[in-house]
Design a protein. Structure first.
Lengths: 197, 197, 197, 197
DNA sequence: TATGAATGAGGGTTCATTCAT
DNA sequence: CATGAATGAACCCTCATTCAT
């Protein structure tokens, strides 16, 4: 019966459950296993979280906020659309590399009964950010004309796919490579650095 | 207790399990539910499949073959790289629309203990096909110069992401839109039809 | 895995659960123990009963019907109120002796969240039967005048109390003794056989 | 963390546990809930009571003493058997109305593994008191001749049943009604006030 | 081939109890 | 005295799997 502060134990549970959940998925993870990974007893988990679902939700919410904040801060002051898009892509990819576990969990349990609406909302919000960047680029003459909504959805899809590749297959894709590819498709003049290394 | 031929019953189980598995994922699906959906008894499932895992594997294998065959047939005789790529994208997207269920299942259980190697192999094989197309395009002067391996991985990632979007969020992305976007990034001269509707 | 008919197993579970429930009460009884007493596995219990509560309810319902039927049949054709009351008391007491277990269970879990309304209804129905008998007795001049409702409630209470005594303390009270006592209180002329043995 | 005297806290726990126990029964009541009702922490309960069982026993003992004392005081100096019996009935019924909770608890957990002997002893002691009253009544010529042991048991059973009715069904039975009924059965001459209101 | 009764390990969750603070 | 974090056994229930019919 190690006496620790409540907060410490809670963090410990969250870390352990992130590990277990993302390896096995929600249903296949057991509270028993999470408790073991956190080196506490089963009962203790239930002191900090009402039940399995709440533990899971808590986990998701925590991580999502982290990313949302990062994205939010950086954009408004950017000068060119091109630079903004580059940053957007970089942040998402860096986050994915850093939080492979979470990404896996997030994708895997998308479509899971609870919390799906929130997930979709997050995704749509990201698309809107891209849309704004594209509009700005078209207005400033940097980008070719195109339907910003459609294009934004395709770009977000692309980012999602690359993140999936990173998380699932442990392949490293550098942000610059992806930026170059996408900018190739967007820029009026092909003044991108050639993406041959 | 409808008398059917063995094959019929087996197909019936496979169809039912596709339905249940893709709605709930592997772990959360129960043999009881699958049997009910197939309108047979639990015991009968075990006549045709050794256990739950084998049933699942069988399902995956079935569907994967379908796609592989479609992709395989069409390529070799294509003329331009541009057309080949368009077809490749179209076939994947059409397949995704038609088999949302399977896609979901596939992604969800990626990383699931068994069968992961096969999944990765399939994916890499698709990347190789794209790589060949890109090389051909560069050689023929259609495409800009780039590292074919990297670019192929990015394109496959993009396709994967769009498929994910289609399957998860029920959004419709037309193959032509995606082709245009990708070709924009690849073609030497921006001679793509503008992707504004 | 003894193969029996479903009905047999169900009866076996009901018998075992009657035993366990009435010894320990609802909450303190565990499905494990009931299964053990019935010499079957835990899972089997859940084939026949949706859950613990349903098993309990089923038990109660079964036994109550038995008694209700016995009481119902015998009354209408009776001649004197005195004989009717004697029979009523005898049937209740005989039933109590035979089903001590059930009586215990019934009383113990009275006030338990579920099923209370049904229990009260049964009880009130019994009171009404006594009331009718008393009215008949007063009309025919057998019984002294009194408020039939009040008296019926007291008599039913008395029966209940004696049954409780039988069930809880394993004391034998012969129906004739109780009848004599009650008739003493009801009859106009003290023409009861003296209740000294 | 209100500072109170130890005694105060103990009383508070007893009151809370009476409330909870009699609503839910022994097994279904949790220390957590009792602590909450007493507005103290779980640990504190264990300062005053060794464990759940001891808390329960303590409660029972407390209440039983109250009643025993009341019964004890009043009897010896009574004049007629008739008055004595009336008082006995009145005191029991008044006590029942006042302590429905306790009655419920007492009945419900009768047969519970521990404490049953004490309960039976109390009951038998009450029967003995009635027996003495009846003997006195027969000797003095007030009561008809009967077997005092049997009759006492029946009367005690009757009282118990009425108390049960009061506690379980929230029905009000006035002591006088019950006294009248019982005296009707006992008195030589039917010189009881007619129990029609 | 098809059934469905039977099994028991393992899931989520609760709860009496302990003890360092 | 009082707290509340920690424990783990035991609860109800589900499920993959087996097998006599």
């Amino acid at each position: 019966m190690n006496k620790r502060s409540g907060l410490e134990t809670k963090k410990c549970i969250l870390a352990a459950s992130m590990d277990v959940f993302s390896r096995k998925g929600y249903t296949a993870s057991s509270i028993r296993e999470i408790a073991k990974a956190a080196k506490i007893s089963i009962g203790t988990v239930y002191i900090y979280f009402k039940n399995k679902e709440e533990l899971y939700q808590n986990l998701i919410e925590n991580k999502k906020q982290e990313l949302t904040e990062k994205i939010g801060y950086i954009f408004l002051e950017k000068k060119s659309a091109r630079e903004a898009l580059k940053d957007f892509i970089r942040i998402h990819l860096e986050y994915a590399v850093k939080h492979k576990e979470f990404i896996l969990l997030h994708i895997r349990e998308h479509g899971f009964s609870f919390g799906i609406e929130k997930k979709r909302a997050f995704f749509n919000q990201q698309i809107e950010i891209i849309e704004k960047i594209i509009k700005k680029g078209i207005d400033s003459g940097e980008f070719r004309k195109s339907d910003p909504g459609n294009t934004a959805r395709i770009i977000m899809g692309t980012i999602r796919g690359i993140i999936l590749t990173i998380a699932l297959d442990n392949v490293n894709v550098r942000p610059k490579e992806l930026s170059n590819f996408i900018l190739c498709a967007l820029l009026k003049d092909k003044q991108v650095k050639n993406n041959i290394p």
